[in-house]
Design a protein. Structure first.
Length: 182
C-alpha cells in the first residue's frame, strides 16, 4: 500500500503503476457532469475557476448530505466515462489526478500520459467506506446543483487503485487480456 499526499502527486506520478493500491491524503475537489459543464462555461468566458487546477485532483462524486456529525454522507464514485469530453482539457490545464470508476476513452488515456497525471479507481458501491476517509468538506461553487455542487474535501487515507498511469499502464485494458480465454 502506497501512502500518498495530493501535494506529492505530480512528483510521484511517474513511479505509480496501474494496479498499485494507494491511500490518498490531502485536498480533492468533487465534480460531476453538471459541475464540469459549469467549469467549461467559466473557462470559455475566460473567467476564474473556483479552485486552481494546477496539481489538483477531482473526485467524480456527489456526496450526500452529512449526518451523525460526519462532514459528508455517502461519497461513492460515479461512472467516469461521462466526463471524458471534459477531461483532456482539464488535464492540459494542470489537473494532476482524477478519481472515479470505470474505463476511460483513448483521448483521456493519451491526455493522462501527456500530462503525467493519474486516474485512480475508487470502489463502486462503497460510498460509506469512501466517506469515512473524508475529514472535512466545504461547498465552494455552484450551490444550486445540490449534491453535485463543487466541494473541497480534505481526505485522509482514501483507499484507491491506480487504474491508468502516465506511462501507459491501464488495468481495464491489461487485466482483461489476462482473463481472456479466446
Amino acid at each position: 500500500m502506497i501512502e500518498l499526499n495530493v501535494s506529492e502527486l505530480r512528483e510521484k506520478a511517474p513511479s505509480l503503476h496501474a494496479g498499485d493500491r494507494v491511500l490518498l491524503s490531502g485536498t480533492v475537489y468533487t465534480a460531476r457532469d453538471a459541475a464540469h459543464k459549469r467549469l467549461f462555461e467559466l473557462l470559455d468566458r475566460g473567467e476564474a475557476l473556483p479552485f486552481a487546477l494546477d496539481g489538483a485532483v477531482i473526485y467524480y462524486t456527489g456526496p450526500t448530505p452529512a449526518h451523525d456529525g460526519r462532514p459528508v454522507g455517502s461519497c461513492g464514485p460515479t461512472t467516469s466515462i461521462r466526463m471524458d469530453k471534459f477531461t483532456p482539457r482539464l488535464l492540459d490545464l494542470g489537473l494532476a489526478g482524477i478519481i472515479g470508476k470505470g474505463e476511460r476513452g483513448e483521448d483521456v488515456c493519451a491526455a493522462i500520459g501527456k500530462n503525467r497525471a493519474v486516474y485512480f479507481s475508487a470502489v463502486g458501491g462503497a460510498g460509506a467506506l469512501m466517506a469515512s476517509a473524508v475529514v472535512s468538506a466545504e461547498e465552494i461553487a455552484f450551490h444550486e446543483l445540490g449534491c453535485e455542487s463543487i466541494k473541497r474535501l480534505t481526505v485522509k487515507d482514501l483507499p484507491l487503485t491506480v487504474a491508468i498511469d502516465c506511462t501507459g499502464g491501464n488495468i481495464f485494458r491489461d487485466e482483461k487480456k489476462k482473463y481472456r480465454t479466446v
